[in-house]
Design a protein around this ligand. Structure first.
Ligand SMILES: Cc1ncc(C[n+]2csc(CCOP(=O)(O)OP(=O)(O)O)c2C)c(N)n1
Ligand SMILES: [Mg+2]
Length: 343
């Protein structure tokens, strides 16, 4: 395993360097591709479903698929995933039905899965608050002598939150088998990275906690996979946590409720779109002769079918009982709530 230097600033790349990875043959390359296409299809269809009023506000992750699929592909099924809202559909890579995630965005209780069914924790909306949870779970795995590790996903903005620092410090001190995966898309809603931090690189924050920090090109699915595979190996062999900063650029609005035209550089967005992660990977696979028109069409049709079924299943869910809202909120419901409800 390559030794990762503390504070490595250059972005690791595989696709643009036309490198091939050990242990990654045609089958593995295509499995990764299927995962990316599934995520991309989920994302693009979700935007349409939102516009049609079939799901609520939705956090778009277009051009984040390489970070999500590349890192999950380096895990085993026993390893735990802690997603933020940006990785809402990451469970699909573990066999979660699209209807479950769509139900989450519909605010329907069918969207709350049992985390132990997939080793995927609940989607976290309060920024960085899942980092200490992930550190605790990873430490627990170590205490029990289990092989599994955990990965927590968060954004560049999350690195300014106390919970990120507490969780990262804790993981470092306990040498918990944790991967801290930062999707640095350079925006936190309308706050640019330059207003977020004066640090040269977000990966440098790990160094202060005695943790290796690695920077990768977040649009290069194989570079993400390689960096995560090394971090997993480190975690499993008692080497403790690793922070991965995957650098990319947000080319979509923060969410469907956002209009970035008032703050973003639209020329830069257009430029970044030209090199978006799925197209970049497709060109690589074509260069290798692994992907052709027929297979691409087939894989995309499969994903589109899965989404059609997903939205149909989500919409077929019976209306939830409004009492559920209060079911887990109070041990003893206040009398005035009961009166208001009944009357
Ligand atoms: C604790 C907390 N504060 C504020 C918010 C409101 N909020 C939602 S998304 C967001 C920006 C987060 O940006 P970043 O961490 O870069 O993640 P990205 O959305 O870019 O993936 C903010 C401030 C929140 N959800 N939680
Ligand atoms: Mg961000």
């Amino acid at each position: 395993m390559a030794q990762v230097a503390h504070g490595e600033h250059g972005l690791r790349r595989v696709i643009d360097e036309d490198r091939e990875l050990d242990g990654v043959g045609e089958q593995e390359l295509l499995d990764l591709y299927r995962g990316m296409v599934l995520l991309r299809t989920y994302d693009e269809r979700s935007l349409v479903y939102h516009r049609q009023g079939r799901i609520g506000t939705y956090a778009i992750f277009w051009n984040h698929e390489a970070m999500q699929a590349g890192s999950v592909y380096a895990l085993e099924d026993d390893d735990w995933i802690f997603p933020s809202y940006r990785e809402s559909a990451i469970g699909l890579l573990r066999g979660m039905p699209p209807a479950t995630v769509l139900s989450w965005w519909r605010g329907h209780p069918a969207g709350w899965w049992n985390p132990a069914d997939y080793n995927v924790a609940s989607i976290c909306v309060p920024i960085a608050s899942h980092v200490p949870h992930a550190a605790g779970l990873a430490w627990g795995k170590k205490l029990k002598g289990e092989r599994a590790c955990a990965i927590a996903y968060f954004g560049d903005g999350a690195t300014s939150e106390g919970a990120f620092h507490e969780g990262t410090n804790f993981a470092g001190v306990m040498q918990a088998p944790l991967i801290l995966f930062c999707n640095n898309n350079q925006w936190a809603i309308s706050t640019p990275l330059s207003a977020q931090t004066h640090a040269e690189a977000l990966a440098d924050k790990a160094v202060g906690y005695g943790i290796p920090g690695v920077r990768v090109d977040g649009g290069d699915v194989l570079a993400v996979f390689e960096a995560t595979r090394e971090a997993v190996e480190r975690a499993r062999t008692g080497g403790g946590p690793t922070m991965i900063e995957a650098v990319t650029y947000r080319v979509a609005p923060h969410a469907t409720a956002d209009d970035p035209r008032s703050y973003i550089d639209l020329e830069r967005v257009e430029q970044e779109k030209q090199n978006e992660c799925l197209g970049r990977y497709e060109r690589y696979l074509r260069r290798l002769g692994v992907l052709g028109d027929g297979l691409e069409t087939e894989i995309k049709a499969e994903a589109a079918d899965a989404m059609r079924k997903g939205i149909a299943d989500a919409e077929a869910e019976p209306e939830p009982d409004p009492e559920l809202l209060f079911e887990n909120a109070y041990v003893v419901p206040p009398p005035n709530l009961r009166e208001g409800w009944d009357g």
